[in-house]
Design a protein around this ligand. Structure first.
Ligand code: SF4
Ligand code: SF4
Length: 355
């Protein structure tokens, strides 16, 4: 496991150009230089030089980050900001009590998911029994274990394909632990997930952009596919009974949306309206919304206004955390009629005919 001092070179690569300020959603809301990577690097540089302590205040500033990676995309020095913040948080949390680490403990987190999963099985998760030619290993993700709406939609769509869906008891992808700096727990779930991998599959499929992004850091990258990319790669026709309009919010962890135009071309009776700033973060980002509720709501409110302005019937996405963020934004604009929020897979499963 890397230590903060191992990143000294990367931290020093920051030229203080300030380009990250122009893209950071938290900086846009707060105007606080400590919210953006440049300010955080100044503090961490002070820690490494021994001029500053890795204090509660610095940890609070580290929490003031959505881990959206927008600053990394724009950074001329290509600094992997999130890895550095996670490591700094890990070093701080090793010496201080962290409630989130307690909630993420194997005992509480895993048992909660196990119980939820059992309850869902009792109330009927869609069965999937086909032995097709494309072998898909399903990475269910934590949200589907608790509330399998998207899982059921995916299974419905896959029933129109010649596929075999292999279900294994994967743990969480690990993103919540990374965000919290709980690197030991991350290593634990990573090890468990890797142990469950066999050679007998063509793709590992997930319906969550955050799971996809995290799995790609430790599983065979070319084998991981999100459900929307899968549909785009293996086209079908989705015929909707009545005309509907949709818009799309791009989750920060989704690397590209090449699938979108391909999928829209496969849909009959669906009209797309692009929202302003469709790539802007929804402001949720799991623990960020819990630790910084005001800023999270303010970012969500702006996002929701851009969505409402389209007048679309549905806003589509590919991430359960974004689904919560979009609902949070709509709640902050409660005077306006807003579109229904759906994972794109859930939306496609609404089609009257799939051929
Ligand atoms: S864009 Fe990169 S190099 Fe420029 S200030 Fe931000 S972190 Fe530093
Ligand atoms: S990861 Fe996102 S929220 Fe965090 S500093 Fe970079 S741009 Fe800002």
């Amino acid at each position: 496991m890397k230590r903060l001092e191992d990143f000294a070179g990367d931290i020093n690569k920051c030229s203080k150009c300030g380009l990250c300020q122009s893209v950071c959603p938290v900086y846009k809301q707060t105007g606080n230089d400590c919210a953006v990577s440049r300010g955080k690097f100044v503090m961490l540089d002070g820690v490494l030089k021994g001029d500053l302590k890795l204090s509660r205040t610095i940890n609070k500033y580290l929490d003031l980050c959505l881990k959206c990676g927008k600053c990394k995309e724009f950074c001329p020095s290509n600094i992997d900001v999130c890895r550095i913040f996670e490591t700094a948080k890990y070093e701080y949390s090793k010496k201080h009590f962290n409630l989130f680490w307690l909630l993420e403990s194997r005992y509480l987190f895993d048992n909660f998911l196990k119980i939820s999963s059992l309850v869902q099985k009792l109330f009927g998760r869609n069965a999937f029994r086909k032995s097709g030619c494309i072998k898909l290993l399903y990475f269910r993700g934590c949200v589907n274990k608790v509330y399998p709406k998207v899982e059921n939609a995916l299974k419905k769509i896959l029933s129109f394909y010649d596929v075999q869906l292999i279900e294994k008891d994967f743990a969480c992808c690990g993103l919540p632990f990374l965000s919290c700096g709980n690197l030991e727990r991350f290593e634990e779930v990573k090890k468990r997930n890797l142990q469950l991998l066999t050679d007998d599959y063509d793709y590992i499929i997930t319906d969550c952009a955050s799971c996809e992004d995290t799995l790609k850091t430790y599983m065979p990258e070319d084998k991981i596919i999100n459900a929307a990319d899968f549909v785009a790669k293996f086209p079908k026709k989705f015929i909707f009974k009545n005309p509907v309009t949709v818009t799309f919010h791009k989750p920060c962890h989704l690397k590209n949306i090449d699938f979108l135009s391909l999928i829209l071309d496969m849909c009959e009776n669906v009209n797309y309206i692009e929202m302003k700033d469709y790539e802007e973060c929804c402001g949720f980002a799991g623990e960020f919304a819990l630790k910084n509720p005001k800023i999270s709501r303010a970012i969500g409110r702006e996002k929701a206004r851009n969505i409402i302005a389209t007048g679309a019937d549905y806003v589509l996405s590919l991430c359960p955390s974004c689904t919560l963020g979009l609902h949070q934004g709509f709640a902050a604009n409660s005077n306006f009629r807003h579109p229904k929020v759906k994972n794109i897979i859930e939306f496609l499963a609404l089609a009257e005919k799939i051929i």
